[in-house]
Each structure stands twice: as structure tokens, then as C-alpha cells.
Design a protein around this ligand. Sequence first.
Ligand code: DC
Length: 219
Amino acid sequence: MNIAIDGPAGAGKSTIAKLVAKELGFIYVDTGAMYRAIALYFINNKVDIADMEQVETALSAIKIEIKYRDGKQQVILNDENVTGRLREEAVGNMASKSSAISVVREKLLSLQRDLAVANNVVMDGRDIGTNILPSAELKIYLTASSAVRAKRRYDELVAAGKSADLSQIEADIITRDEQDMSRKTAPLKQAEDAVYLDSSAMDIDTVTGTIIGYARERI
Ligand code: DC
């Protein structure tokens, strides 16, 4: 069984998807981390993503593998575990830009589909229900207002002892939404058969319980 969870940045997809996967005994596949690993390579190697020749050369030098350690997804970029370096804002911003390039998306398509063929998965991303797993048994479109998503990210950073600027975070989120929704290849949008969930006024347990309820109806 495959569960696809799509939605904008900061909607809580990864938190919820991990809990749903744990409860159902499925594996959690974080596709954003794969785009982030490619973005990290582009940053480290100063690839100009406006230059398709540079992008194609870089992609041919990139090998991405997914492994699981204690149930947690690890992203291996050219034999190096880069999982701990993927969550930085600069990597996320580059991933939002570079994921609009169709050859970047093609590079990850079979990796994502193969994981879903071999396992029961909860996979989160932007185009999982619309493009990667169009026959997923359950599709969720998880969103929240940009103000709520910014506040959640702000609280996360403050809790981690980092400085944060709420209005800057919200501005970045709005830019990311525009980039992810307006790109030509596989833009973020709700699949026709996806369940729409707005988590602005819902807590984590309620959202998780709602999705598990839908999943159990389909198992
Ligand atoms: O979910 P995330 O923030 O880790 O994703 C980082 C970027 O990668 C996001 O801005 C858009 C892109 N992405 C994508 O285009 N398709 C996916 N399936 C997952 C992420």
C-alpha cells in the first residue's frame, strides 16, 4: 500500500508522515531530502543552475542512494551520508529552485517509484499523488496558512536556540510556494482524488489520526 502526502513547505508533512508510517509499520520516504541532496551537490560544486550544460554534467556525476538506519531515512550522496546537512535554509532554497529543472526531476523519478514498488510507503513531497504514484491507495494534500507555517518554523528555530525573524520566514515560505506551484514540470497541486487537509487549526495528533483513519479504511 502506498500513501502519498503532498503540500507546501512547512505544512507538517514530514512530522505527520513519520508518525503515520510508524503507526502502520510502513517506511517513510522523504523525497524533499533527495532534492536537497542534489541541491547540496550544486552548492558545494558551485554549479550555475541557469546553465543546462553544467547541470547535466553535475547530474551525471551524482549518485543518490536511500538507506534506513534505526527506521530513519539516510541519504547517501556519492557514498557519503549527507543526511545531517540537508535541513539548512540555503539548501532548501536551492532545492526549491533546482527542483524546477526537469532533468533533475527525471533523475529522482525511478528511485522514488522503486521504493514504492518494493515497500509499503508513506511518501511525502510535492508531486507524489499527481506524478510519482498516481495509483497510490491514499492521497493527502496537507496545507496550512503561510502565517501558521511560518510560526511553526520560527518556534522550531527558537527551540533549537537559533535566532529567527518571523516576517522573513513567512516571506521565504511565500516565495517557496510560488516557485513550487508555478514551475512547468510537476508543479505542486492537489491531485483530483486527494483528501484536502488544512492543519492550520489542527494539532499533530488530530491530523495523524485523521490520516490513519483514512488508511485503515483502505487496507
Ligand atoms: O519538502 P522539502 O522542503 O524538503 O523540499 C525541498 C524542495 O524540494 C521544495 O521546495 C520543492 C522540492 N521538492 C519537489 O519539487 N518535489 C518533491 N517531491 C519534494 C520536494
